[in-house]
Ligand binder design. Structure first.
Ligand code: ADP
Ligand code: MG
Length: 714
């Protein structure tokens, strides 16, 4: 097969991993769209991610539509929905002089009834000019019934007859964030739709025909410029088509990675057990039997001449780190190096703290490499890694930077996998010869999803928790009772409690979240002077560590944090966790957070503080947290209530996730995409055939560059 590919004149290396130029308009900055400048692009970044591109605008699909073809008489209009009515302006009631904050009201009528238009803080001249008394106008917006009066607060549209004739009858409605209006996103999409190039069809023509799917370009057009309300529904052919495109690109990428892994030969890297035995002697506890099982499986894999690709699943606190350490020790016995990659600086240092004393007592040389090691120190470290005088290297994604070269890396452990993308895993594995890979995750992932997200991996699971753990007392409290919570803390602190206080992600912006945490910090510090510290994502690594260290040492007793503490942090003395706005977190995330306590001998409490009123689903979700500590059960319920993408946190993970494929339509298409990807690569492993070129475009469209690169590796 390899020879067959090499013999063809195309693709050259460059063609396989370079983005086809046809896609360039889609990858241009949104600032290049007409009517959008640097200033308007800024708020868009909050909605679409850093440095948004035309593509990001197009993939930000509407969440609904407004059907302005519904033009009832006022007497027949239903409050609660968006209506479009033709009216005559009757009266103006500006805010009284002594109450400048009161709204400006305008009464309009169509002879069958009245609507009061309400404007808060709107420029007075604007209201007077756009709604002169006696004029005929079309107004459109959400109609509400307030104290027996029909009202419309800030109508979406105020148009005369000419304006009305230009209004599209069906308009998309987009999800928004603060600072971005429907008008702005509408303007951006109108420009973006113009830019969609005509692309070759990558899907099977029979599939497209049998499902009545539009072409890629038409699908995006239909969604952003719906001709009828049905176009925008989740089950519309356009949405199905785009979802399938995305899923197929993801499945193709995974299959390519899998095939690539399988093609490489492995090496046997298991030692004689002398370091492992020494480690076992210095461990302050006995391994649980699932830990022993997992270590046995991993060592078995390491000894085999094939490459290992194994997933270690274990709930928070189940003791995955020790398993990793013992596995790494086996590799070192065989004269090779091992690396452990953590998703955050805090976690990497945490691992160092746990691992170093044990490892050094057993004669292993351990080092850490993150973005923080700099200058001379970094150079010395890099030299030691290259010379092989470092046995076990811990770190963050800094580990797979180009400057890092190992003498002989044989084993890579990737902790908390769902934070990393497939390509990062590959990059680390590429640092050595036939590197064995162990992926560790605390998100209990149902088996079917393991296959989909991680490919064909062997799985070890830690089902039991280390002995001596007490159940966590979980309570649900309204934010209206925050004062009582604080008083309760006061009593607990007197008996020696150590407290995490978690502030939620209020916005997509770390800056705003940090500000919220700072405010809570000031508030608590006022109550408990000198006993409170703050840690958030905007702080420097060294600052974060210093704060964590003070909390771990008991110098401060309350740690106010944003979700930076979510993964892996281990302070066994911490026994209370307060989670504010608990209703905003995913269950898996709450479970992770709660796992920060209940690690020591003391009885632990988790307070889930919600903002009332609490919706029905939100209440059901929080109740599950109260009922169980079983991560697998929580994962299943989370999956049922929220869907797969959220469970795995695909938004930040870069996994083959779903920007376009909503949960409603996901599972049916996923299986089809998986089968098709396998079939396609069986027939044409290098994607060199006629459909291959189009499929490569698809890979680039969904930014699976890393997978596309593997094509050239044949
Ligand atoms: P996680 O699986 O969440 O990464 P860790 O590896 O951080 O869990 O382990 C949690 C805590 O449990 C650590 O303090 C660790 O030292 C301790 N631990 C691990 N295994 C055992 C065991 N068999 N018995 C007692 N404590 C253990
Ligand atoms: Mg861990």
């Amino acid at each position: 097969m390899r020879r067959a590919i090499a013999a063809r004149p195309i693709p050259t290396h460059r063609q396989a991993d370079m983005r086809p130029s046809a896609l360039n308009p889609l990858f241009a900055s949104v600032e290049t769209l007409t009517g959008l400048g640097e200033k308007t692009a800024k708020p868009l970044a909050r909605l679409l991610g850093r440095e948004p591109r035309v593509l990001d605008v197009l993939f930000h699909l509407p969440s609904g539509i407004v059907d302005r073809r519904q033009r009832p008489k006022i007497a027949d209009a239903q409050p609660g929905g968006v209506v479009t009515v033709e009216v005559t302006v009757e009266e103006h009631h500006p805010a009284p002089r002594n109450r400048p904050r009161a709204p400006y009201r305008v009464v309009v009528t169509d002879g069958t009834g009245w609507i009061t238009l309400i404007f808060f803080g709107t420029n007075r001249t604007y209201v007077e000019r756009s709604l002169p008394v006696g004029a005929k106008r079309w107004i459109s917006g959400r109609l509400e019934l307030y104290e027996a009066t029909l009202q419309m607060v800030h109508p979406d549209k105020i148009l005369d007859e000419a304006g009305m004739s230009r209004l599209p009858p069906v308009e998309p409605v987009y999800p928004l964030v603060e600072g971005v209006t429907q008008n702005l996103i509408g303007r951006a999409t109108r420009g973006a739709v113009e830019r969609i190039p005509e692309l070759p069809e990558w899907l099977d023509p029979n599939l497209v025909a049998s499902r009545h799917w539009p072409a890629f370009r038409d699908a995006l057009r239909h969604l952003h410029h719906p001709r009828q309300p049905e176009d925008a529904l989740p089950e519309s052919p356009a949405r199905h088509r785009l979802a399938y495109d995305e899923l197929l690109s993801g499945q193709l990428a995974l299959s390519l990675v899998r095939a690539h892994m399988r093609r490489q030969h492995g090496r046997s890297s298991a030692g004689d057990g002398h370091i492992v035995r020494r480690l076992e002697d210095v461990l302050p506890f006995r391994l649980t039997s699932s830990q022993q099982h997992a270590i046995h499986d991993i060592r078995g894999d390491l000894a085999k001449p094939e490459r290992m690709l194994r997933l270690l699943q274990g709930d928070v606190g189940s003791g995955k780190t020790v398993v990793a350490l013992l596995a790494m020790a086996s590799v070192v016995e065989a004269g090779r190096q091992a690396a452990l990659m953590a998703p955050t600086e805090i976690l990497a240092r945490q691992h160092l703290k746990t691992i170093r004393p044990l490892a050094e007592a057993a004669g292993l040389r351990v080092a850490i490499l993150t973005g923080r090691e700099k200058g001379k120190e970094r150079e010395t470290l890099l030299a030691a890694i290259a010379a092989g005088t470092v046995d076990v290297l811990l770190g963050t994604h800094a580990l797979f930077q180009e400057s890092v070269a190992f003498k002989d890396l044989a084993f890579a452990v990737v902790d908390e996998q769902h934070r990393f993308g497939v390509h990062q895993r590959l990059a680390l594995a590429a640092k050595g010869e036939a590197v064995d890979v162990l992926v560790m995750t605390a998100t209990p992932i149902p088996r079917t999803l393991v296959l989909t997200y991680f490919g064909d991996m062997d799985v070890s699971a830690l089902h039991e928790k280390p002995a001596g753990r007490q159940p966590i007392d979980t309570r649900i409290v309204s934010n209206e009772r925050l004062d009582e919570v604080i008083e309760g803390l006061r009593r607990q602190l007197e008996t020696g409690a150590r407290v995490y206080w978690v502030c939620p992600l209020v916005s997509e912006s770390e800056l705003v979240d940090a500000a919220a945490a700072e405010e809570r910090f000031r508030d608590l510090d006022h109550h408990f002077q000198g006993q409170v510290a703050l840690v958030h994502g905007k702080m420097k690594g060294s600052e974060k560590d210093a704060v964590m260290a003070r909390f771990a040492a008991g110098e401060v007793r309350i740690l106010v944090a944003t979700t930076v503490i979510e993964v892996g942090v281990d302070v066994p003395e911490a026994n209370i966790i307060v989670i504010e706005h608990a209703e905003r977190f995913g269950l898996a995330q709450l479970h992770q957070l709660r796992g920060r306590v209940g690690r020591g001998a003391a009885k632990s409490t988790c307070l889930l503080v919600y903002k009332s009123p609490l919706g029905e689903t939100a209440e059901a979700r929080l109740k599950i947290m109260r009922e169980t500590e079983d991560g697998f059960r929580i994962a299943e319920e989370d999956l049922r209530l929220r869907g797969e993408g959220e469970l795995l946190g695909t938004r930040q993970s870069g996994l083959p996730g779903t920007r376009l494929a909503g949960v409603e339509i996901y599972s049916e298409l996923l299986e089809a995409a998986r089968k098709e990807a396998t079939l396609l690569l069986d027939r044409d492993p290098g994607l060199t055939g006629p459909r291959g070129a189009a499929l490569r475009t698809l890979l680039h469209l969904f930014e699976r560059e890393e997978a596309a690169k593997l094509l050239r590796a044949g």
